[in-house]
Design a protein around this ligand. Sequence first.
Ligand code: CDP
Ligand code: MG
Length: 832
Amino acid sequence: HGSTQKEIRMSADIERRVGNLLNNSQTTVTASVSVPSLTTNQEGKMSTSTAKSVSAQQTDSSKEKLNVELKQKQENMQASDSLKAMNSFRENLPAFKMKSTFLKAVQENQVLVVSGETGCGKTTQLPQFILEEEILCLRGATCNIICTQPRRISAISVAARISAERGESLGETVGYQIRLEAKCSAQTRLLFCTTGVLLRQLVQDPELTGVSHLLVDEIHERGMNEDFLLIILRDLLPRRPDLRLILMSATINADMFSKYFANAPMIHIPGFTFPVTEFFLEDVLEKTRYNIKSEFDNYEGNSSRRRKQQVSKKDPLTELFEDIDIDAHYKNYSTAARKSLEAWSGSKMDLGLVEAAIEYICRNEGDGAILVFLTGWEEISKLFDTIKANNFLGDPSKFLVLPLHGSMPTINQCEIFDRPPLNKRKIVLATNIAESSITIDDVVHVIDCGKAKETSYDALNKLACLLPSWISKASAHQRCGRAGRVQPGVCYRLYPKVIHDEMLEYQLPEILRTPLQELCLQIKSLQLGTVGSFLAKALQPPDPLAVQNAIELLKTIGALDDKEELTPLGRHLCTIPLDPNIGKMLLMGSIFQCLNPALTIAAALAYRDPFVLPLNRKEEADAAKRSFAGDSCSDHIALLKAFEGWKDAKRSGREREFCWDNFLSPVTLQLIDEMRIQFLNLLSDIGFVDKSRGIHAYNQYARDLEMVCAILCAGLYPNVVQCKRRGKRTAFYTKEVGKVDIHPASVNAGIHLFPLPYMVYSEKVKTTSIYIRDSTNISDYALLLFGGSLIPSKSGEGIEMLGGYLHFSASKSVIELIKKLRGELYKLLNRK
Ligand code: CDP
Ligand code: MG
């Protein structure tokens, strides 16, 4: 019991750390999406309101004056002593040697592809070179450089870094803009933004008016947004001959991008890295003497042990260890041994092994930071806790353990990038964000679990999965390279060589493995023609079935009409930077005066579940969650009640105990609370909420749980399962995949019979079986009134939903009434 107490306390500790990071970020200006937007920084647009009274000549002369001022300021700054160290750091980066080649190529070509080893200075230097050059050539007042980043955290950290390199504060010449948050000003000339923000900007300004240079970073990652942006840009370039496009990539497959842009010239920045010694699982096991066998037994469980006995008398692992004894590295294992090892390392991540590897390095190897690649936040926080709690290597004060995750609001620049204090070892626990977006120079030891959480999309079963899966060889190589920035390094791969040999060369692009509904909405709102023919122009076009599913879904929820054109609802959903289902839930919540619950649930669905899952106290945690749910049979209601409870506890200063007792993450709750405010601003921007009336005006039914369930149904439809009674239990069926199970973490997992005949759910995931996550039991009335696009069905005989999968029969007059009500709802939702 004592150790679990500690574990939980450590959880609270990591939360506090992240909380501090959060507080640091509160200095940033939070602005609704429309406020300091991309185009407002640019002189042309900015001055339009004042331009009327000022003659063109005057504007020109003031611009000239500003150009001279900017140049003067830059020259003074660069010469000042305070930037000496910074300048010499910059001059030592490989990118610096290519400065003039790069600038010349930018001047002479409309499109340029730049590749270079991670850390050579692409992101921080190339946009900065352009900025400096523009200012130097007296174009400082009119240049407008935009650089896109796939992740929020890198947009912020790079903008902050460049500001520091220029001796300015963030938001002056260099700023950033990410979803729902910006730090930039009228003087901003170089703006870092997420690719998503730029895509939304394109809706208002398809020509990117006034943008002089656009740099698209990390294109090698093949994110969906980046692939999508490239299609748009390829079409835009002929219309914007003055626009310069620079594509930046790690040294992976750069020529593919060049080919896509009519053989655009390529520049490669040669980098220098020290050699990195690679070890595979076999070697790591030998070095750490980690007892893989007991872990393996745990994993395999009884059934497979029985199976094993039937197949072979000899324990395959014993066989394996015999192999290792003979030759750790190059021995070909027997098939059985190989299979076991693959199965074992393919199962759940073994954090014990990671810990053993860290410990081995700390005890036996030289100084230098350790970078651990894990798959996600849960693992990071679990490992963080154990390292802290286990009295790690005797003295925790000797270690600086830092989490690094893409959805962290911001990172503490000094801690992550700087050398740690003397006698302290930096251990960074990261996801694949540290693979190529964020470079930590002093890393000497890399521990690579070989996996990353990756979405995959099964178009046939309309099933999205987010599962840890093996990375590609290209990624494994990238991760390994992180160890050789300052001196020869070592990479410990926690998977056998056979697995490495079978990894894909490159990861599948995201556009081929995610549901496409948000993308389809964007294509429609950008008026890019029919979705199918537009996406056929992609670097690697997605499966037509996936496109068709997305369009079908958008029709089902009423965002597209029969002709695949945007409905008014669809147009509203385009302006909400969220999954269309979550967007619809927000709109319905505001219309039906259920705003508070809708905001909370939407924020949690868009961000993450605040319930934490402690390993050893799972039952207590489940009970806490169930008590929030009461008899609602709803995970969403449990979440809502937990959030409300937290709000109350916070007001009375009992936040810590409340979260502790109820297994809730205060950081997640805090973020959900902040997102609620941002969502509210969004709804107010698009006219669904009139703030002057006060939020109470939109919450008349906020406490009516039946109403909340109806709003959930409206938002989550067509994620519906039928609950069918099978003896003393209930079985659940979906239209696409037939029988499914309730996720074990759901409050509905232990319930045998449900009061109502349907269940809506947030997500269907495939792990060991197909589970529905976060479900809510709903009535047929909720479904009849709020499900679907709200377009009344045409058949006179009853009402059909989910393409005929669900059929409701009722008397003619009831059907007429329901149709009328649905018609009215449809009007409300589609008001212009
Ligand atoms: O984009 P690329 O991977 O080529 O490199 P970069 O992100 O421009 O980083 C160049 C150098 O600046 C690396 O040595 C980073 O460690 C350093 N850097 C930093 O110290 N602080 C930051 N916020 C970002 C980069
Ligand atoms: Mg970079």
